[in-house]
Each structure stands twice: as C-alpha cells, then as structure tokens.
Design a protein around this ligand. Structure first.
Ligand code: SF4
Length: 469
C-alpha cells in the first residue's frame, strides 16, 4: 500500500466512524433552528438526537372500522386501495423526508388501515421506507390473522423479507367493527384481542425467527378515561413495548366527534397512566417536541415494578443526560451493526466523561429496581407515551398564521409553538414541506382525499363497502 492509498484508507475510516455524518449534522441543525425558543430546553431531543417522527399520508386512506373520533376526513372511505399508488407515493414521500430530515428517522406507514393493503404491497411499501433511510412501523387496528402476517413477513418463496417488524396496534373501545368484538362497551372486553395480536407476533418469531416491536395505542375519551390504568395493569407483560395514549381531539371526521373531549386535561390522563404503571412517571428529563403535545417516559418493568431510566428530579440523572447529549448526536440505531459500534466507540473515546455518567445511571436504575436480586427475572423494556393532537379549528387558525408569516393573537401562540416544535410530521414533496400531522388531518386531508376520490374511485360493482361501522 503506497502513501496515497494509506491516506485514502484513513479518510474512509474517518468517514465511516464519524458519529454524525454531514447529512445528519445538517438535518439536526436545521431542526434545531426551526424550534421555537420555548422548546429549546436542555431536555429537548429534537435537533440533538432526532429530527422527529414521520408518517405517510394519502397512500391508502380507506379503513374498515368506524372510530369515534376518527382523524381521517369524510371522503377517506370513498378512495380505493391501490398498491402501485401506495408504493409510488410512499417512496416519493420518504425520499423527500430523507432529503430534509436525514437518515434514521422513525416513520409510520399509516392511512387508513394498513392491513387492507395486499401483503406484497404492504411489504413493498415498508421496504421502500427502509431504502430511504427510514425505520418503518405499520399502524393497524390489528384485526388481521396469522395468514396475513406471514404473507407480509415472508416472500412468495417462503424466505424472510424482514428481520424485524414494527407495528403500532390501535385497540380501544372507541372503535367499532372488530370481528370478535364489534361494539365494545368496555376496555376489558378487548383484552382477548390485545393478547391475540401479541401472540401472532410471538408465533412469527418462534416459527420464522422474525422479531417484532409492538406499540399499543389507545384513544382516551371521557368514557374510557378511568379504564386507562386497567389496560396497562392487565396487559403490561404480554409483549407490548410501548403504551401510547391519545386524548381525543376535535379533529378529522366531524360526524364522529363526541362531547366532552375538552373536559379532561393532560394531567388527568397521565395520572391514570401512572396508576397503571404503579409509580410516578418522570417525563421532563427528555422532551420530544413540545410537552403540551408529548409526554414520554422510557424505562422497564422489573418484575411488577416499573423503573424509569431517568428521574427528572434527580440532578445526577439530568447531568448524565447532558453528558450523553454532548457525546452522542443523531440516531444511534441507524446503519449496519459494525459501523454503529465503531461510531459509538469513537464518540466515547472523544467524550470519556460519558462512561462514569452511564455507570451512575445504571447504578441508580438498579437501586430503584430493588437491587441485583430483583433483576433476576430480567427487564421488560416499556415506554409510556401521551400524544395530544390539537383541535382542528385551532390548528387551522395557527397554520394560517405560520403560512402567511403573520403574528398570531395571544390565544393562538401556544398552538403556533406546538406546530413549530412538531415531533410527528408528514412529507409533502410537491410543496417541499414537512407538515405537522395535526395540519395534515385538519387542513390537508379533506383536499387530498377529494382529489383521490377522483383519481382512485371505489369500484362499486366489484368492491363491497369495507366499512364495518
Ligand atoms: S402532530 Fe400535532 S400534537 Fe402531534 S406533535 Fe405535531 S403539532 Fe403536536
């Protein structure tokens, strides 16, 4: 090897082990610059570790359930499911997301109901998302069977198409049309379905070696608010790694709104989530966007005890978080394992103070868990999330100000700030914008679906209504 070859090798090694590529660094900086002042807190994850989550839109709007509320517009079910349309548009949207948000972002394949897609089209859409540097997750009501899951996970040749599948499974009593419980009146009636879905994914792992990440989603209304704790308490050990709660908003399909959504607040929901977890859930150590939109606690069940990784009233944990942010930026889980390991090793070598900080966090976690003996049964990692969409009227008014660059009235400032700090947005390559999901549902879905009804009308003679309302 001559000197020039040796220098080129060193440059390649330097590039491969840089924790943050120029593409990621630019995307993170752009996201940070977009945040309103109120969101630039020491706990903020956006612009430091992540550019936010993403979702698809207008790619399969149809659903065969009737939920109250439903965040899709009235025309959604007049659009037929069309595989080529789905795959092409998912690819375009994700390519645009990559161009502005860099690689490694979590992205939901969301419509509509994803299991109405042919399994081959569903698989192709997930692969298109991965090819564009996204970490995909399918969003479903879960009312499908092993046959569908296997046809998605395995190709026609019987070989695995994926090492792991991620699904957000929405199961709650606001939904009507589930085959086994078409009109539930309580959350407890749906526990059998929660277990059935988790067991399908366990069989997929046992029979084909494909692992899964399952999130459980639940819309919260005045009717099921007091059932939140029970849902967690009864289902926390059956395989879900995330429990995510969405307080209902006046958004989407107006005929499906119910009274009382404004009658309870974030603290009311979070108190029930804490009851279910059996402990206080610190959500201020790490902030994902705006706390009025998202509360998140990362941790795990050690036996029956839930143990958060970071406690937001422990200054040692907050100092460790700061060390971690200094050492690591960008999505750590992206790319091949060897490259990731090298990048992490290099970051640790340049920020050695992260080592005692990590040891301290682990020691305090162990202490909260009850010591080494308590850990004998292992940890079931579990994340608790609350995501509160904004009502359509406020969203539309605030978005209007943002689009026109005008000063919002006092009562809309909070909504404007939330949209600017949005942690869940949808790519619009045709206008070069990432749009908050609230805006998508409040402002853009009705226009988009009216166009899709023209482009992809349901074939009435051959396609029976999918609605099970
Ligand atoms: S989608 Fe809406 S509620 Fe969710 S993070 Fe974005 S602005 Fe907040």
């Amino acid at each position: 090897m001559n000197m020039a070859q040796f220098s080129a090798l060193l440059r390649r090694l330097d590039h491969a082990t840089r924790l943050v590529s120029p593409e990621v660094a630019t995307a993170l900086q752009r996201r940070w610059d977009e945040l309103p002042e109120v969101a630039r807190t020491p706990a903020q994850v956006l612009g430091r570790r992540s550019t936010g989550c993403e979702g698809t839109h207008g790619v399969f709007p149809q659903c065969n359930f009737g939920c109250r509320p439903c965040y899709h517009s009235t025309d959604a079910n007049r659009v037929r499911i069309d595989g080529p349309h789905t795959i092409d548009n998912v690819d375009d949207q994700m390519a645009f997301a990559r161009s502005v948000r860099g690689p490694g972002a979590y992205a939901q394949l969301i419509g509509g109901e994803v299991s109405l897609l042919d399994p081959d089209d569903h698989a192709a859409a997930l692969l298109a998302m991965s090819a564009n540097g996204r970490v995909p997750m399918s969003f479903s009501h879960g009312d499908f069977d092993d046959d569908y899951l296997r046809a998605l996970a395995l190709g026609p040749d019987g070989k695995r198409r994926f090492e792991q599948l991620s699904f957000a499974i929405h199961i709650d009593s606001t939904m009507q049309g589930r085959r086994s419980v078409p009109r539930p009146v309580s959350e407890a009636e749906l526990d059998g379905e929660r277990a059935r879905v988790a067991e399908m994914f366990q069989r997929l792992r046992r029979d084909h070696g494909i692992t899964s990440y399952l999130a459980h989603n639940m819309t919260v209304t005045p009717d099921n608010l007091d059932e939140v704790a029970g849902v967690i308490g009864r289902n926390r050990h059956i395989g879900y790694r995330m429990f995510s709660f969405q307080p209902a908003a006046y958004l989407g399909h107006e005929n499906r709104w119910q009274p009382g959504y404004r009658g309870f607040g974030d603290d009311d929901v979070w108190a029930r989530v804490e009851d279910g977890a059996g402990t206080r859930l610190p959500f201020r150590a790490l902030q994902f966007g705006d706390l009025r939109c998202n509360r998140v606690t990362w941790g795990g069940f050690v036996g029956d005890r839930y143990v958060p990784v970071l406690d937001d009233v422990d200054s040692r944990d907050l100092a460790a978080r700061d060390r971690f942010f200094e050492a690591f930026s960008g999505p750590l889980g992206h790319g091949p394992l060897l490259g990731r390991s090298l990048r992490i090793a290099r970051a640790v070598a340049s920020h050695p103070s992260v080592v005692p900080a990590a040891i301290g966090v682990a020691g305090r976690f162990l202490g909260r868990a009850g010591g080494l003996r308590a850990m004998g049964g292992g940890i079931h990692p579990t994340t608790f999330v609350m995501h509160r969409f904004i009502d359509a009227a406020d969203t539309a008014a605030a978005w209007n100000h943002l689009e026109r660059g005008t000063v919002p009235p006092e009562e809309l400032i909070g909504t404007v700030e939330r949209l600017q700090a949005c942690a869940y947005s949808m790519p619009h390559p045709e206008v070069g914008q990432m749009v908050p999901a609230c805006v998508q549902h409040a402002v853009l879905d009705p226009i988009e679906n009216a166009q899709l009804v023209e482009l992809l009308p349901r074939r009435k003679a051959t396609e029976p209504s999918a609605d099970r309302e």
